[in-house]
Write a protein that binds this ligand. Sequence first.
Ligand code: SAM
Ligand code: SF4
Length: 501
Amino acid sequence: MATLTKDKIKPARRMRDKIKQGQIEKYLNNGKCFIDAGKIQADLTRNTEPDAKMVEDILHKSLAIETLSPDETAMLLNVTDPKLLERMKETTALVKNKVYDNRIVTFAPLYLSNYCVNNCVYCGFRCENKSVIRKQLSFAEVRAETEVLAGEIGHKRLIVVYGEHPATDVDYIADTITAITDVKVKTRKGWGQIRRCNVNAAPMSVEDLRVLHEVGIGTFQVFQETYHQDTYADVHPRNTIKGDYLWRLYSMHRAMEAGVDDVGLGVLFGLYDWKFEVMGLLYHAIELEEKFGIGPHTISFPRLEPASNTPFTENPGYSVADEQLKKIVTVIRLAVPHTGMIVTARENADLRRRILPLGCTQTDASSNIGIGGYASGSDGQNADKQQFILGDTRSLDTVVRELAEMGYITSFCTAGYRCGRTGHKIMSLLKSGKEGHFCKLNAVITFREWLDDFATEETKAIGEKLILQEINEIKQQLPEFYEQFVKYYEKTQMGNRDLYF
Ligand code: SAM
Ligand code: SF4
């Protein structure tokens, strides 16, 4: 484990060591990056008068699970007619169902350290924030957190989150992931274990990303925060590593090159104009598709939240209202129909209920973003210890029950990357609708595990009805898998764990 020493390295030297210019320049197109602010503005102004017929044609394209063009996406962003907006919203559910059926994947965030050398004006972890209590988890603490997540709550999938600091370098990240996945906890009928760690960390070099690939991470997430370069410069001081816009912009290219082909994009909404940012996400997705043949695995759309002793968050200038967030989610779903979309516990329960049906595929629950918060039993809402305050701290059991009442099955499936269904493979399976077959089978088996090991009686009662319905559908829709499925299902009922297609 890297030891925590006082960070005495000068910022300029730190930047020189960390940022490898060659690993930016090699991806540029004739020396230029794929984000052109003038072009995005022109896309948006060229498409200010959406026509009903054209919007219908665009919706057909989304329904055919094809990525939209910048013009088409800009047109959807500019729709204001309530009838057309309603048509767009109806279509999101159809698109999502076609690719992902009624499944919602669930996960929990695990913050490992809030030490950070950067100074992002909006973040409670920024190095100049003296009021935040700094902490980095030891390996014993990592195991204690995991025991609660995997043994008491029942999560199988985490997003592990790190600040950028020499003490939480790639070795610390790799070693903590191994520590997490090594933990096995006895449960009512079987055992609990974290089977997939997605990572949200600072941009890395190809060499460091290869280390993460070896460890077997799930999705590698880096949010660009804002695609607008001038705004980026305003909120990320130049003398910090994060101040380098291009180092961040090309982090997913490096991940792909290193073999990490499930990558997660995101924007921190509230820093700049939301329409511009959605266009930025689209251009990023198109660039990855063009260069690597694979789009992003997921897109996240966090909104800026108040953070302790962080005045910038009180009046950020480009706040995104709930209605605007709904439109953002709607347009992203339609523009990149096969991409997973994550709505998190940053949003309150009511808004999550309204946003989820617009095509989201993943959500977290029982979330606690205090460092060491799961094992300490804190309510996860201590402003001096965490990055921001969550909007929804309901338990996984409550969220699973609510989802079941809404007709969604919570999937704890983590089979995809363990069977090599990542990158190209998963994208073509998603586009053809075939990935859904494996996902449906695995969703039911993992839901069975979770109901038997962790659910309250109330949730179990609703879950059983849903599972019967799903088994019936498998029998009708996937007869070729039915016999093997029944074998796995019965073994799972008897206490076997981690059986998957
Ligand atoms: N340090 C790494 C980085 O910045 O990429 C990863 C961890 S950072 C804690 C994860 C994300 O938190 C950032 O990408 C940013 O979008 C988000 N974030 C920071 N401050 C926030 C705030 N006040 N409200 C909501 N999200 C915030
Ligand atoms: Fe550090 Fe990330 Fe927070 Fe910026 S957003 S201060 S890089 S933890």
